[in-house]
Ligand binder design. Structure first.
Ligand code: 5HY
Length: 256
């Protein structure tokens, strides 16, 4: 199977970190196809960056090669439902995947993310995904996202210290890493902390494999049906949803 792992920011080095983490856990029959958005912010650090990242995400989903499933490798899960409208295969956001994984192995988890101003985005996702019962806290290290790409930074120490506070103060049984750029920190943190540390990139890849192996695709009736055909004007005119009146979504179930 093919799983396209999309970095909706435009920083290739972060895509490389994400792809390495995805490939490290992918099953032998899974091909990871990394994709970096070609338009938008170099890092996604707020509501505006997220909103503007969705066009690049849509392009990455629509361009060849097609995939059996898609992962949105950004902790805000930007454009997740829009992506599910246009995709046939499963689409997973790393935040949703990480929270569900954490809820299976601990009665309470805390999220450790980057800038303070993006904490509220993670808090909104906790509520949207019905995770209030499991999430013990959302903490920010106030690290700019691209600082995670700086090998001389003290990010590891700052993230470790915030994780330690989450374990003591929140009584967190597990930690969810709140940025795709932290995908290479799992082993380091788990060794130091002695609790499960969940990165959403790897969680999403394994959940995607499971869904595809079960022959499950995104529901194409109701709100996740393909977008309604209509004209779009101006800069986005090329994004007008096509007329799919006569097209049928294949209902064949994937083998495997
Ligand atoms: C991410 N931003 O995973 C988020 C993290 C954040 O460019 N990739 C980004 O802080 O929202």
């Amino acid at each position: 199977m093919k799983i396209k792992v999309i970095n909706p920011n435009t920083t290739e080095s972060m895509t490389a970190t994400i792809a390495a983490a995805a490939r490290a856990v992918a099953a032998p029959g899974t091909e990871i196809i990394p994709a970096t958005s070609r338009c938008g912010a170099v890092s996604i650090e707020g509501h505006y960056d997220e909103a503007m990242s969705i066009v690049g995400l849509v392009d990455a989903i629509n361009e060849e090669p097609a995939a059996d499933a898609y992962v949105i490798a950004c902790f805000g899960d930007p454009g997740l439902l829009a992506a599910r409208e246009i995709a046939t295969g499963p689409v997973l956001g790393i935040a949703e995947a990480a929270m569900h994984a954490a809820s299976f192995i601990a009665t309470g988890f805390s999220i450790v993310t980057t800038l303070e101003r993006t904490r509220v985005i993670a808090e909104h996702l906790v509520r949207n995904y019905g995770m209030e019962h499991h999430c013990r806290g959302v903490r920010a290290t106030d690290i700019p996202v691209l600082e995670l790409e700086n090998p001389t930074s003290n990010c590891r120490t700052l993230i470790l210290e915030e994780c330690e506070r989450a374990i003591v103060e929140d009584k967190a049984g597990a930690i969810v890493l709140g940025c795709a750029g932290m995908a290479d920190l799992n082993s380091f943190l788990e060794e130091k902390l002695g609790v499960p540390v969940i990165d959403g990139v790897t969680a999403a890849v394994k959940f995607a494999e499971a869904l595809v192996s079960l022959g499950l695709r995104t529901a194409k009736r109701g709100d996740l049906a393909y977008p309604l055909h209509k004209p779009y004007k101006g800069t986005l005119s090329a994004y007008a949803p096509p007329d799919r009146t006569n097209s049928k979504t294949p209902l064949s179930r994937a083998r495997g």
